[in-house]
Design a protein. Structure first.
Length: 214
């Protein structure tokens, strides 16, 4: 290859490199200036924990949790939608990076009638926005409230019997309700009751967080 051809090839590569760099820079600027884009939201790295909490309207949270229970599959995803889903809509990143479907498995006491899925996911929500020691205190308050409260409080689809679980276990909580109401597990009233409990737990967790960060 002649010296002239070598120089031409080098010039071509140099110019091509500059062109690619220019396109990359231009693309970044356009992306940063696009409507709906938050310049400070760096999604290329993991967000700092705990996430910054923004006050949620408890009424909005409970309504969304109730609907998600029925539409998406149970306690866990109901609470997740009422918390992470609302924050994803109102705040965006990093909450919009959390797929609420990952909490569908928190139903029926995590399939064994153990810890109520509403409490388990509410604990995850609290843990996402609080330092560990603060989270433990708030989760303890939530659990104690659950044991002593007459649930469900939220009953948008008609009156239901209320019961006091005196336990944080799904099997005990649901069992007491079914006995009091005289229904089996597949009854629509039982489903509305548990959707209401998911809504109640979401609201209570939000109220605790709103107070904590006030």
């Amino acid at each position: 290859m002649s010296t002239e051809n070598q120089i031409s090839r080098k010039d071509f590569l140099k110019k091509a490199g500059l062109t690619v760099a220019g396109v990359a820079v231009t693309g970044s600027l356009l992306s940063a200036c696009s409507p709906g884009t938050t310049a400070s939201a760096d999604t290329s790295s993991a967000p700092e924990w705990p996430f910054t909490y923004t006050k949620i309207d408890p009424a909005v949270a409970e309504e969304r949790a109730y609907k998600a229970y029925h539409e998406q599959g149970g306690w866990g995803v109901g609470v997740a939608e009422g918390f992470f889903g609302v924050l994803a809509d109102e705040v965006g990143y990093p909450y919009n990076q959390i797929p609420t479907e990952m909490f569908i498995n928190a139903s029926s006491g995590y399939q064994l009638g153990s810890l109520c899925g509403s409490l388990g996911v509410a604990a995850a929500c609290i843990g996402a926005v609080c330092e560990a020691d603060d989270a433990k205190k708030l989760i303890m308050k939530l659990n104690n409230w659950y044991k002593d409260a007459e649930l469900p409080i939220y009953q948008p689809d008609g009156p239901l019997k209320t019961t006091v679980a005196e336990s944080i276990l799904c099997e005990v909580s649901v069992g007491k309700y079914k006995e009091a109401e005289g229904v089996d597990h597949g009854d629509p009233k039982r489903k509305n009751r548990c959707a209401g409990v998911a809504a109640d737990c979401t609201r209570k967790a939000v109220e605790l967080l709103n107070e904590h960060f006030a």
